[in-house]
Design a protein around this ligand. Structure first.
Ligand code: ATP
Ligand code: MG
Length: 751
């Protein structure tokens, strides 16, 4: 059959070695997913295997759909009958059939995260616990972590280490909440996402007849992106394949990026132990990217200590050098990216869908989206909502809208009881109906609500309207940024998000900060004469409104690096290549975390087929202040022969303060000598720390003390400040000038 000609020798071996365990651990773009696809086609076409007997587990539903489509083109419609999907979707399907064995109804509900959190809130209330301590998000992520390690509530309660952990976190009743949570789910005939895997494990452990049935059914089991499976997923696949042993896993340890969700790279190592007669295939040729990109990616991942050594090469052409682009600010970064896409589309006759913009955190989409909208370039956000559609942004915007226009009913409904202030739906309805029936402006009714609501709800609405009136005074007197900051804080919204320390919560907090940053930039831009909050709201409403009738089929893809796994695009922009952003400050507590960030950078870079751009901004508004940014350490790690530094100039709208050249950072923080358009290696001048560099305990660091920083070298402490839980030191460095650093991250050595 012809399709076998579309494979190289090791790929062909992997496809033809259909029986017995097979593992392919190979670098990005080497055809791992292609091998799985062709393998399935081969099983059906050449080996006559019934598609019903083949199970393939993918990382996203989209990947499954694409693979199915490809197999169909190879072997025909019959391919539709293979079992293919994510772990969650496949095992939900099986659990539906087998639910009675676990005491669940066959039409059990699957609770999404919001449902789960709402149930936890109810339980915390019923148990009369402090909902500030037992925050729904935090509790849920603890329970989820336990389930992913296959720790049921009983085992959880009996485990002394878990108990000690919870006690240290001042949450001694966590185990009890877990128990009640499971009990209530069960009574409601519901499973949460993690239960789908947890209960599958229980099903296969306790009902060998059921296990046997599926072992017989799935004669062939395949797993893509194996490096990101957790122990619960691993055990399921292992059990299923135990009889036939026809299991084929493909992955790349260098692309393991979900450790925070329990993914365990150990699974790769265990696999070799579990299957002594394993057939291991190495794929070394990359078909996706140019030589330049492949070599750059190799140089990045080389810096990681923890990795299985692999060779990746390509016979593709050299291609263009990677472009390193410096922007004065995040908004300028957006404009430069949009300009390049516009030019490249015209010059090379490319489609929007040939481009992807990848960022480390969701909040970065804002400046990109605005620039693309202004240039009228079609885009879509994959795996997330566009910035102004996100709940926390809509909430804060609703507060601002209601303050400026207190008859805005939709805004009112969003904020009247968020954060919770004891105003139930019935009270809200009474207010709305009152306004309607008496044909009175909403705001008048709100101000008089105590007269017909009474009790706690009445006084809560009173407090609410007093608060809004106070906001209105601020809006009159202050500029948009100052007013918005007051609204974010005093409404309780910022605190609500700040207290939520889960990854999701941090994300939302960052998004709100990013909205405040956008407002600050708006105020600081000399071209905006009216600096009021009302005028800002109007600008945003106009910007976000021209969305409706756009054709979304040909769109630029915007997404986080995490979401980009397995995909490929002709041109890729990795934006926000700055210290503390990428690598992310939030996620970095140890060397392992740095290595995970580096793997993310490797994933990002290897999505590009023809051209890769790395961009960074010299300044970015964070926490309402214009902060200087330092280029990411990762930029120094890319093989300099593969990069050219390009000075792109964006359109005119640079914020005034940044128009001049030579502002913060441009003298080369990382010592990169800007060599426009040259193929010369970039020269790095970095302070080399003393070989036995060990950070000191800096809790008691004082002004005037001398310190050494691994990157900035020697400096003298100017002052120490405390902001929230963080201590910051302002340090005058010998060669890098004054810098303010967070002590918990700064890795300083006291001299
Ligand atoms: P990742 O690690 O990013 O998931 P991968 O190893 O799964 O990458 P694929 O996506 O399967 O790689 O392949 C990368 C690209 O190379 C795809 O466009 C694929 O069609 C192409 N490709 C793979 N093998 C060959 C081959 N033998 N001949 C031609 N093209 C190939
Ligand atoms: Mg792949």
């Amino acid at each position: 059959m012809d399709y076998l000609k579309e494979l190289n020798t090791p790929q062909l071996q992997a496809v033809q070695h259909t029986d017995g365990p097979v593992m392919i651990i190979a670098g990005a773009g080497s055809g791992k997913t292609r091998v799985l696809t062709y393998r399935i086609a081969h099983l059906i076409y050449s080996r006559g295997i019934d598609p019903f007997n083949i199970l393939s587990l993918t990382f996203t539903n989209k990947a499954a759909a694409e693979m199915k489509h490809r197999i169909e083109t190879l072997v025909g419609l019959e391919a539709r009958n293979t079992w293919m999907g994510t772990f969650h979707s496949i095992f939900a399907k099986i659990l539906r059939v087998e639910s009675a064995k676990l005491g669940y109804p066959s039409n059990f509900t699957i609770y999404d995260t919001d449902d789960s959190k709402s149930l936890i809130r109810t339980l915390v209330k019923e148990m009369r616990l402090d909902d500030k301590v037992y925050k729904a998000n935090v509790v849920l992520s603890r329970i989820s972590g336990a389930k992913n390690r296959l720790l049921g509530w009983k085992a959880y309660q009996d485990d002394p280490y878990v108990k000690a952990d919870d006690e240290a976190a001042m949450k001694p009743r966590m185990g009890e909440i877990y128990q009640r949570y499971q009990d209530r789910l069960f009574k409601a005939g519901a499973m949460d996402f993690d239960d789908l895997l947890f209960n599958t494990n229980v099903l296969f452990r306790d009902h060998l007849d059921v296990l046997n049935k599926y072992q017989q059914r799935f004669k062939y089991v395949m797993v893509d992106e194996f490096q990101d499976t957790n122990i619960s997923q691993y055990l399921i696949t292992k059990k299923l394949a135990a009889v036939h042993q026809n299991i084929c896993v493909v992955g790349d340890d260098a692309q393991s990026i979900y450790a925070f969700r329990g993914a365990d790279i150990q699974n790769i190592l265990n696999f070799e132990k579990d299957y002594p007669d394993l057939f291991v295939v190495k794929l070394e040729q990359n078909y996706r990217s140019t030589k330049t990109i492949v070599e750059a990616a190799n140089s990045i991942i080389d810096k990681n200590k923890a990795q299985l050594k692999k060779v990746v090469w390509t016979s593709n052409p050299d291609g263009e050098l990677i472009e390193l682009i410096k922007a004065a600010s995040d908004n300028e970064e957006g404009r430069i990216v949009a300009n390049i896409i516009f030019e490249e589309k015209n010059n090379k006759k490319l489609n929007n869908s040939d481009f992807a913009i990848l960022y480390r955190t969701n909040s970065q989409s804002r400046s990109m989206e605005e620039a693309l909208r202004k240039m009228n370039l079609n885009y879509k956000i994959v795996g997330g909502l566009s910035f102004y559609q996100r709940k926390e942004i809509k909430d804060l915007m609703a507060y601002m809208r209601f303050t400026v226009n207190p008859v805005d009913e939709e805004a009112f409904k969003r904020v009247i009881n968020y954060p919770k202030r004891g105003i139930g739906d019935t009270s809200v309805d009474k207010i709305l109906v009152g306004a309607y029936e008496h044909d009175m402006p909403l705001w008048d009714v709100v101000q008089n609500a105590h007269s017909f609501l009474g009790g706690k709800a009445g006084s809560s609405v009173d407090n609410f309207s007093t608060m809004i009136k106070a906001f209105q005074i601020e809006v009159e007197r202050k500029d948009a940024f100052e007013a918005a900051s007051i609204i974010a804080k005093q409404s309780g919204l910022l605190r609500e998000l700040y207290e939520d320390k889960t990854i999701e919560g941090l994300n939302r907090y960052e998004n709100v900060q990013e909205l405040l940053n956008a407002i600050k930039e708006y105020v600081d831009n000399p071209e905006n004469e009216d600096k009021s909050l009302g005028s800002f709201l109007q600008e945003i409403a106009l910007l976000t409104d021209n969305d409706q009738d756009k054709d979304k089929t040909d769109a630029i893809t915007l997404m986080t690096v995490h979401a980009s796994k397995g995909l490929e695009f002709k041109q890729v922009f990795v934006v926000g290549m700055e210290e503390d952003l990428f690598p992310s400050q939030m996620m970095m507590q140890s060397r392992d975390d740095l290595e995970e960030e580096r793997r993310l950078f490797y994933v990002a870079s290897t999505r590009a087929m023809e051209k890769l751009y790395l961009t960074y901004a010299l300044s970015r508004y964070r926490f309402g202040r214009l902060l200087n940014c330092e280029p990411s350490r990762f930029l120094e790690e890319v093989n300099p022969n593969m990069i050219k530094v390009n000075k792109r100039v964006a359109s005119k709208e640079m914020p005034g303060a940044l128009r001049k050249e030579g502002l913060p950072g441009s003298s080369g923080f990382i010592g990169i000598k800007r060599q426009p358009e040259s193929r010369q290696p970039i020269q790095l001048k970095i302070h080399t720390p003393t070989p036995d560099f060990k950070p000191s305990n800096t809790n008691n660091l004082k002004a005037e003390q001398l310190v050494e920083h691994p990157k900035f070298g020697f400096g003298k402490v100017q002052k120490i400040e405390t902001e929230g839980l963080n201590k910051k030191a302002t340090i005058q460095f010998e060669h890098f000038g004054e810098k303010t650093l967070l002590l918990s991250f700064a890795k300083l050595r006291i001299i």
